[in-house]
Design a protein around this ligand. Structure first.
Ligand code: EPZ
Length: 417
């Protein structure tokens, strides 16, 4: 099994460009199921998860051709399937984003229930509630969701019981071809939802309010293919910003959208970082002494849960005690036990962790348990004294493109073994 090996204790310096957003690329790929192709998609990151979503579309009869670095032609004209199989869904929950588009385009969809995940139960009841409100018949049997509708879906007013990113994405995609108006209330406001809405609008959909908690979709008869470039990955950007903080380095992250990073930027300033924003880049100078902070994760524009593990690694070296509260997922502290192995002093009490900063972390053999936990261990390894070996790095490869090369360009001594 491949490992990442890091020799820590080096201040990272230099410039690094972020790749396209994983969590926007995945729904944009499935949204191509709504219209015959060929689409041209740009700024798509080369990740395990994008490889998986491409496999899923190809299994449905979609033709996908790589045109160049990060660029694909996607042609669903020959769409012939409507089933997304378990063996693909179990490797990536976001596969359930085929549900809405397949239902709207073909009138039926059979998608494996995602099943559990390391960070939490993550049910899709809200996705199904929304699709039912649009007139879909939903059956769950043998681990699969079967959704069908006679004729067209019908627009409806849907009040989400809780804020769900992919739940809103599935419903919004289905509603674009429904008859009449759909209003989604209590909608998630993440930038990835705004990017998907922009893509759908370019395809001819009529959507208003994406990015706010009330999204209105006026259904149309059909949509058409377009060329579209994906947004940058705010979580990858945040991870490099955290690398500057934890190593006391000086990193300029380019290709970012400042508005997507404000919650993180404010917390890094509180922790003592010097932040300088230019047109499409942000410079982070880490402090000599990291100040402890309090962080509570929340839906956008709050502090992103996908940066919780990374900020915890930074706080492990703060000059005092930090409180980190995770409100989105019920089991997203699995990086704590691995950070303990590196000398971190963290106590977990339910959804709250108290991180008592230590003078230094020590390199150790650790194991990645999920995507962002592996990023947390990477950051800790960059700052730790000695060598850190991270096992099960397939978790990391799901969401970070060429991370060793990018960190190496900033001065890190890092290699794959
Ligand atoms: C998206 O997951 C992201 N993934 C996650 O990123 C991210 O952590 C999460 O949003 C929150 O921002 C993708 O976009 C592919 P949710 P999603 O539905 O949509 C509960 C990463 O690291 N819920 O917003 O699955 C759910 O259990 C990944 O890139 C229901 O109860 O998250 C969770 O507690 C990890 N019923 C909360 O809502 C539902 O029907 C938020 O989940 C749906 C969700």
């Amino acid at each position: 099994m491949e490992k990442i090996v890091i020799e820590g204790g080096i201040r990272l310096e230099g410039e690094v460009e972020v790749s396209g957003a994983k969590n926007a690329a995945l729904p944009i790929f499935t949204a191509t199921l709504l219209a015959p192709g060929p689409f041209r998609l740009g700024n798509i990151p080369n990740l395990r998860d994008t490889v998986t979503i491409i496999k899923i579309l190809e299994s449905l009869g979609v033709k996908i051709e790589k045109l160049g670095e990060g660029e694909y032609e996607v042609d669903g004209t020959g769409l012939c399937g409507h089933e997304t199989p378990y063996d693909l869904v179990k490797t990536m929950r976001a596969s359930c984003l085929t549900l809405g588009p397949l239902l709207a385009r073909t009138g039926k969809a059979k998608v494996s229930l995602p099943g559990g995940c390391a960070i939490g139960e993550r049910p899709i009841d809200q996705h199904l509630k929304g699709l039912e409100a649009l007139g879909a018949k939903i059956d769950i049997s043998h681990g699969y969701v079967k959704a069908s509708v006679d004729g067209r879906l019908k627009g409806a007013r849907i009040i989400m019981d809780l804020v769900t990113v992919t739940g809103v994405m599935n419903i919004m995609m289905a509603a674009t071809l429904a008859e009449g108006k759909t209003v989604i209330e209590n909608a998630a406001r993440e930038p990835e939802i705004v990017a998907l809405a922009k893509f759908l609008t370019a395809m001819g959909a009529k959507i208003n309010g994406a990015g706010s908690s009330i999204i209105t979709i006026d259904g149309v008869e059909s949509l058409h293919h377009v060329d579209f470039d994906n947004i940058p990955d705010r979580i990858e950007a945040g991870t490099f910003m955290a690398a500057a903080a934890i190593t006391g380095g000086d990193i300029t992250v380019t290709g970012v959208v400042h508005n997507d990073l404000h919650a993180l930027t404010e917390k890094l300033k509180e922790a003592g970082c010097e932040i300088t924003e230019a047109v499409k880049s942000v410079r982070v100078q880490g402090p000599d002494k990291i100040r402890p902070i309090h962080v509570t994760t929340a839906p956008f524009p709050g502090f992103p849960t996908d940066m919780q593990a990374q900020i915890m690694a930074v706080m492990a070296l703060a000059d005092g005690a930090s409180i980190i509260t995770e409100t989105i997922f019920e089991n997203r502290f699995m990086h704590v036990a691995e950070l303990w192995r590196m000398g971190a002093d963290i106590t977990v009490n339910g959804s709250t962790s108290t991180v008592c900063g230590v003078r230094s972390l020590s390199g150790a053999d650790v194991m990645a348990t999920d995507l962002r936990a592996s990023a947390s261990l990477l950051l800790a390894g960059l700052a730790a004294k000695g060598v850190t070996r991270i096992d099960r790095i397939y978790h990391l490869q799901r969401g970070y493109e060429r991370i060793e090369r990018k960190l190496g360009s900033l001065g890190a001594i890092i290699r794959r073994e």
